[in-house]
Design a protein around this ligand. Structure first.
Ligand SMILES: [Zn+2]
Length: 296
């Protein structure tokens, strides 16, 4: 009888513990998925309005109501920045390896390759902007948050070297979560590699324009993103190194409002101009034209 009672009390205790564990795993508030058919409508995260996707695409992925800039894929960015049919992609055949043998990394890369139709998070090539020749490189934040691993670092370096070889100005649109965790030290080494390639470009007197888009953080901000001769940024783009919570915890002070936004950095002199996406092509053309080496 005693044994049975003990068994029953154990079962009760086990059930109680399981129920607590179950409750802990469940989030207190479960957001409901919006009832918007995928691919037809786009919801703006800033003003919560919903628009037909065609309207948003026609408006260069900018909210028609509040002008919030949506994240753009590399292919869209190139399409809205350079002259039609002038882009010639360079730098193929790179294979992302798993140098630290991280579990699940290969599968993850494979998955992103399929969903984004890209080899890696960076695309570059030759292009013209209103007839002005340049080398353009674009990071794609849809590929593993645009994180910089060995291949991204190598492709960025190759794009700089290609601009050097062709003696052309270089434009890089950055969008990155920083160095790629899965590649550890190999990711961090890309910061030095890209920076030293840019130094060579600087010695040759070639123009490098860096365009910071939402979000540009971590090792990318700490290397080639901030080394532009001219640094442009898109409105309200998040630009920083570490996240605001980490900084607050480290310095034990609350941060000012708008910290790490493009406008804040403009005020502090880290960015030369905040440019609306509708004005980006025109602005880039003006800068390229001003620095053109064509003889008069
Ligand atoms: Zn909006």
């Amino acid at each position: 009888m005693k044994r049975e009672q003990l068994k029953a009390s154990f079962a009760k205790k086990k059930k109680f513990l399981a129920s607590i564990e179950g409750n802990q795993k469940k989030p207190l508030y479960q957001p409901k998925a919006p009832d918007v058919p995928k691919g037809l409508y786009e919801k703006c995260s800033a003003c919560n309005n919903t628009f037909p996707q065609t309207d948003v695409i026609r408006n260069q992925l900018v909210c028609p109501h509040c002008h919030n800039h949506f994240r753009a894929r590399a292919i869209d960015r190139i399409g809205m920045t350079v002259d039609a049919q002038t882009f010639v992609e360079k730098g193929f055949g790179y294979i992302t390896l798993n140098p630290l043998f991280q579990e699940g990394y290969d599968q993850k890369v494979q998955q992103y390759k399929q969903t984004t139709n890209l080899d890696e998070a960076y695309v570059y090539g030759y292009a013209e902007i209103h007839g002005e020749a340049c080398v353009i490189g674009v990071m794609d934040s849809y590929f593993m948050m645009g994180s910089m691993g060995s291949v991204v670092g190598e492709k960025v370096t190759k794009s700089i070297e290609y601009a050097l070889y062709k003696k052309l100005p270089l434009i890089i649109f950055t969008a990155s979560g920083g160095a790629r965790m899965q590649e550890g030290i190999y990711s961090l080494m890309q910061m030095a590699k890209t920076s030293s390639a840019l130094k060579k470009m600087d010695r040759q007197g070639l123009l490098y324009i860096s365009v910071l888009t939402h979000p540009t953080t971590g090792g990318v901000t700490a290397s080639f993103a901030m080394l532009g001769d001219i640094i442009l940024a898109e409105p309200k783009a998040l630009i920083g190194f570490a996240g605001p919570r980490v900084i607050e915890q480290t310095i034990r002070q609350s941060l000012p409002e708008g910290f790490q936004t493009a406008e804040f950095l403009l005020e502090k002199g880290m960015v030369d101009k905040v440019v609306h996406r509708h004005e980006m092509k025109k602005t880039l053309y003006t800068i390229l034209k001003m620095h053109s080496r064509r003889e008069l």
